[in-house]
Design a protein around this ligand. Structure first.
Ligand code: TMP
Ligand code: ASP
Length: 252
C-alpha cells in the first residue's frame, strides 16, 4: 500500500493517502510541541508509543461500543484510519482540576470535580485555540445543535470507559481532549487518545505526572514516562485480549 503523498502535516501527526478508497494513514511523529508550538523537541520513540497506546485505547473503546476512525495498526508509527471531515473543535473532558482550568478559575490543581465537565475549544492556531461555548460553536456553524449535543454525550461516554480503565492501570484520568469527524453516517471519534492528549497522574503519587506535562513543565524524561504508561496499559488490555502483549507492531 502506498503512503507517499502527504495530505496533511500536523504538529505531532501527518495524514497520508492510501490506495484504498476512504482509508488514510495517520503517522505519529517523534515531535513534541506545547504552547501552540512555541516549545518544540524531537523525542525519538514518542511517535511509536503514542501510536501503540492510541491503537489499544481505540480497540478497547470499540469493544465497549464506542466506534472511532481506527481501522488497524500498520506498523510502529502508522495507524490506518477512516477518512473523516474533522469538526474544528477540541472537546475536553475534565474530572480533576488541572492546567488551564486551574489558571482560568483560580482553582487548586488536584481538586476532584463534583461531576465531569466538557469544554469546547475552537481549533484555530492563529487565535490560540480559544475556549468557546456551545452557542458560539452553533452561531459560527462549526457544528449543528444536534451534533453539539452528540459530541458532549459521546465525550462523556468515552470518559465513562476510560476512567475505570486508566484506574486499573493505577492512573487517574484527570482530563483529556477528543476530536470528532463527520462521515456520511454521522459523527465518529477521530484523531488520537494518548498521554499527549490526556492528563494521567500516578494513583499512589499524584505528583508523578505521566503525560505531556512532563514535557510542558520539564518534569523528566517523556519517552521513559510514556513507556511506563504503555506497560501499565498493556497489563489492563491483556485482560481483555492476551494478544495485546505479544502482538507488538513491527516495521517489517
Ligand atoms: P488544558 O488544561 O491545557 O486546557 O488541557 C486540557 C487537556 O487537553 C489536557 O489533557 C491536554 C489536552 N490538550 C490537547 O490535547 N491539546 C492542546 O492543544 C491542549 C491545549 C490541551
Ligand atoms: N499541542 C499543543 C501545541 O503544540 C498544545 C499542548 O498540547 O500543550 O501547541
Amino acid at each position: 500500500m502506498s503512503t507517499t503523498s502527504p495530505l496533511y502535516e500536523g504538529k505531532a501527526k501527518s495524514l497520508y493517502t492510501t490506495d484504498r478508497e476512504g482509508i488514510l494513514v495517520q503517522r505519529f511523529k517523534d515531535s513534541a510541541t506545547a504552547f501552540n508550538g512555541r516549545k518544540f523537541a524531537t523525542l525519538p520513540g514518542k511517535g511509536a508509543l503514542n501510536n501503540r497506546i492510541s491503537s489499544i485505547l481505540f480497540r478497547l473503546l470499540r469493544e465497549s461500543g464506542i466506534d472511532s476512525h481506527y481501522v488497524d495498526t500498520r506498523n510502529t508509527r502508522d495507524m490506518g484510519v477512516r477518512a473523516v471531515r474533522i469538526v474544528p473543535l477540541e472537546v475536553v473532558v475534565r474530572n480533576v482540576v488541572a492546567g488551564s482550568l486551574s489558571t482560568r478559575l483560580g482553582l487548586d490543581e488536584g481538586v476532584a470535580l463534583r461531576h465531569p465537565i466538557v469544554e469546547l475549544y475552537y481549533k484555530r492556531d492563529d487565535l490560540g485555540d480559544p475556549m468557546i461555548c456551545m452557542d458560539h460553536a452553533a452561531v459560527m456553524q462549526l457544528a449543528t445543535d444536534a451534533e453539539l449535543q452528540q459530541l458532549k454525550r459521546m465525550a462523556l461516554e468515552v470518559n465513562d470507559v476510560l476512567q475505570p480503565l486508566w484506574a486499573s492501570a493505577e492512573l487517574t484520568l484527570v482530563d483529556f481532549k477528543l476530536e470528532f469527524g463527520r462521515t456520511d453516517s454521522g459523527l465518529l471519534l477521530a484523531d488520537e487518545i494518548s498521554p499527549d492528549t490526556s492528563r494521567l497522574w500516578d494513583r499512589t503519587d499524584p505528583s508523578r505526572r505521566m503525560d505531556k506535562d512532563v514535557f510542558r513543565r520539564d518534569l523528566g524524561d517523556l519517552v521513559e514516562t510514556y513507556t511506563e504508561v504503555l506497560r501499565r496499559l498493556l497489563t489492563v488490555a491483556a485482560a481483555h485480549d492476551p494478544g495485546e502483549l505479544t502482538d507488538a507492531p513491527s516495521d517489517r
